[in-house]
Ligand binder design. Structure first.
Ligand SMILES: [Zn+2]
Length: 110
């Protein structure tokens, strides 16, 4: 991977992390426990619970992604950074820019 590609990817990962951080903060806000006495009708309460579990699983996914992107960012200066975890060939830069958390090249990911 060239210096330019690394810089580009680093920029991309930082952008993704910033927007993830924002999304995680607002999901946390939405999934925090309701204050007492804020009871709504039974049906809408069920809806609220369903929505909450959807948001919680989305929150978990985003937090996992945030962790793996942060790890990528830390290792960006490693010699074999951007190589496939399976075949050790360089992963296509376009693939990495599209999905920076990719650990496998296109061939191995199939
Ligand atoms: Zn591979």
């Amino acid at each position: 991977m060239t210096r330019e590609e690394k810089d580009l990817l680093q920029e991309k990962i930082k952008q993704e992390l910033t927007s993830l951080e924002r999304e995680i903060a607002s999901l946390k806000e939405m999934t925090k426990p309701e204050p007492q006495g804020n009871e709504v009708g039974r049906v809408s309460k069920m809806d609220a619970i369903n929505n909450k579990s959807v948001m919680q699983s989305s929150l978990a996914t985003k937090e996992k992604r945030q962790k793996s992107l942060a790890m990528k960012l830390e290792r960006i200066e490693d010699e074999n950074f951007g190589n496939c975890a399976n075949c050790n060939n360089p992963i296509n830069i376009k693939r990495l820019l599209y999905r920076p958390e990719s650990a496998l090249c296109i061939r191995c990911a199939r």
